[in-house]
Write a protein that binds this ligand. Structure first.
Ligand SMILES: [Zn+2]
Length: 267
């Protein structure tokens, strides 16, 4: 490796080790070569190797056991670090960030979805019909952990084909499940609203309409998971002026008229 500065050497060494893990050349559970060997492979000093190993250990990919060696623990950065990072932010900040992820995922899904993705989304939308609440956080079912995951929402992230979006979303949901946040959250969409919303998101993704996909997801997340105050009143995620609300209502009515007309032509 032809390198000049120390920081370049450190970055290249870190990338070299990380690639060994992500490509599976060093499988999870395996012991990695000892420091002098790695120094020889990479052509850098042992202290540079040690630093790179420490970096990968700090994000959960490697673990050094004294006297036994360094082992591969995970092929991807684990969410522990993300959870610790997110703990410093308010629920309002986290929900706003989550909203951005959901919307971006819907748009990317409309662009990158495969036929298999559509089939899986259709199955999930059908399976989740009849739930009284969108089970995205499983709040409606109290302590039932099985309801934590909305397959439909997870599949939208899968269809987006962006691993970073998917892992950030998983990390955010982990954070929302902590007792501190969970008590301040509620699902306000009814079962019927949830079905209709999911159907609209799915329809836009199916048609590869990345603009409709965004609108459909915005419409869903804004009345999906909400923050409630001490008096159990819903704190609106976005405060709208009466004029803005009127425009939203009008657009909603127009959409319903359009859908009713489409229904007619199909019959
Ligand atoms: Zn939903």
């Amino acid at each position: 490796m032809a390198m000049t500065t120390g920081s370049e050497r450190a970055r290249a060494t870190l990338a070299y080790l990380r690639r060994k893990i992500t490509t599976g050349e060093w499988p999870v559970g395996s012991r990695i070569p000892i420091e002098p060997e790695l120094a020889e492979q990479t052509g850098v000093g042992r202290s540079t190797v040690r630093e790179a190993v420490r970096s990968l250990a700090s994000i959960g990919m490697l673990e050094t056991l004294p006297g036994r060696g360094t082992f591969v623990r995970s092929a991807a950065p684990t969410s522990t670090l993300l959870n610790e990072f997110l703990a410093d932010f308010t629920l309002e900040e986290i929900l706003s960030y989550r909203r951005a992820l959901e919307i971006e995922a819907a748009q990317q899904a409309a662009i990158h979805r495969t036929e298999e993705d559509i089939a899986a989304l259709e199955r999930a939308a059908a399976d989740e019909v009849g739930c009284t609440r969108c089970p995205v956080l499983g709040l409606a079912s109290g302590t039932d952990d099985g309801a934590f995951d909305s397959t439909f929402h997870r599949l939208v992230f899968d269809s987006a084909k962006n691993r970073l979006l998917a892992s950030l979303y998983a990390g955010i949901n982990d954070q929302l499940r902590t007792p501190e946040h969970r008590g301040r959250l509620a699902n306000v969409a009814t079962g019927t609203e949830m079905e209709r919303d999911h159907a609209r998101v799915l329809d836009a993704i199916r048609r590869r309409d990345f603009i409709d996909a965004v609108h459909a997801m915005v419409n869903h997340v804004d009345h999906d998971v909400v923050i409630v105050n001490d008096q159990h009143e819903v704190v609106p995620p976005l405060t709208r002026t009466p004029e803005q609300q009127q425009r939203i209502d009008q657009a909603q009515e127009a959409q319903e008229v359009r859908e009713a007309a489409e229904e007619q032509t199909r019959v």
